[in-house]
Write a protein that binds this ligand. Structure first.
Ligand SMILES: Cc1ncc(COP(=O)(O)O)c(C=O)c1O
Length: 358
């Protein structure tokens, strides 16, 4: 007798490792390793979360109706075409499970988000990568790797961990070049941070085509990573598919309450966005002045090249500053640094000055 065996492909998965949050021997760390909101969640979201405490014996609204309506109003979408998930990871996994199986290919770019190959392998599908140009998604390289087995193309725009984005015209070229049966998933987890007038989040493409989905999250600009809340904007047929396979209560009541309140707090959203734009530019400028190479970022983090990234990581950790090593993304010479509060950004700039200067 043998022990139960998982489906083929599952044991090839390297489990996702999140950004660490502790350093041995250091009490107060500066955590810049997970692209969490620099200023935390909106106080109104925290209040809504707390207000729910006496009701946690009640099941949540399994249709996330109020949140979907609020999202639809905020971003000009149709509520019926929105499907919410337990983080956007949940919707990325659901999409892969619904559309891919053994023998199918899931295509994404070289330094794309690690959840894509994990989701592909979990379904027995084969992850396929396309090289990037200057740490940026290459539409030509992706299109060149589409085969009759390709089922999904994932594009994080902007991308994590590179921070770069492709402009609207490139995204549209990608969609136009894909066969109709290939699903294009535009993962716009960092859309709210982009400050470029040639960018689009993908919603208009979803509305115009039956093979495009856009995913979004409350974990980044809204600072709600702990409650796990994300969503997909889909063509009706794809929303229908996701609603059939998702967990019936895949979004918790605290997540729904916090999400609705966060969405309503426009002033806090604007504050976080402005904070990020200012300190992202400030930090990039400092690091470039130190002679470090910084990838152009449209997100709430910077990808920085070091002569010895491991040594730089150790140097920062010894000072209680945790950033993200990205060797697992094929970027062994880089560290990814999240834009935090002002004191945190200043601290990392100071430490790197000491490292480079010393
Ligand atoms: C590109 C990208 N997509 C999706 C996610 C998942 O976000 P969540 O599951 O917290 O919504 C992340 C988080 O780091 C990300 O960087």
């Amino acid at each position: 007798m043998t022990a139960p065996q998982p489906k083929s492909g599952i044991l090839d998965i390297e489990a996702y490792v999140g950004g660490s949050s502790t350093v041995a021997g250091v009490d107060r760390v500066i955590k810049l390793s997970s692209n969490e909101g620099a200023l935390g969640p909106s106080p109104r979201a925290v209040e809504a979360y707390r207000a729910l405490a006496d009701d946690i014996h009640r099941y949540p609204d399994g249709h996330a109706t109020r949140l979907r309506e609020a999202l639809a109003e905020r971003w000009g979408l149709e509520a019926g075409n929105i499907v919410c998930g337990n983080g956007s990871d949940d919707v990325l996994q659901l999409l892969t499970h619904a559309y891919c199986g053994p023998g199918d290919e899931v295509l994404y770019s070289e330094h794309g988000f690690l959840v894509y190959p994990i989701a592909a392998k979990a379904c027995g599908a084969t992850p396929v990568t396309a090289p990037e140009t200057d740490l940026t998604t290459s539409v030509d390289a992706l299109l060149a790797r589409v085969t009759e087995r390709t089922r999904i193309v994932f594009v994080a725009n902007p991308n994590n961990p590179t921070g770069t984005y492709i402009p609207s015209e490139q995204l549209r070229r990608l969609q136009a070049g894909l066969p109709e049966h290939v699903l294009l998933v535009i993962d716009a987890a960092y859309a709210e941070f982009v400050d470029a007038n040639d960018y689009e989040d993908g919603a208009a493409l979803v509305r115009a085509h039956s093979n495009v989905v856009m995913t979004r999250t409350f974990s980044k600009i809204f600072g709600l990573g702990a409650v796990r809340l994300g969503w997909a904007y889909c063509p009706p047929a794809i929303a229908d598919v996701l609603n059939r396979i998702r967990g019936p209560f895949n979004v918790s009541a605290p997540a729904l309450a916090a999400g609705e309140a966060a969405l309503a707090d426009r002033a806090f959203f604007d504050l976080v966005r402005q904070h990020n734009l200012y300190w992202r530019a400030w930090l990039a400028d400092r690091l470039v002045t130190l002679g470090l190479e910084v990838a152009p970022s449209a997100t709430n983090f910077l990808l920085v090249k070091f002569p010895d990234a491991r040594a730089a990581d150790a140097f920062l950790r010894a000072r209680g500053i945790i950033v993200r090593a990205v060797a697992s993304y094929g970027l062994p010479d880089y560290l990814r640094i999240t834009i935090g509060r002002e004191d945190e950004v200043r601290a990392v700039a100071e430490a790197l000055k000491e490292l480079v200067g010393g």
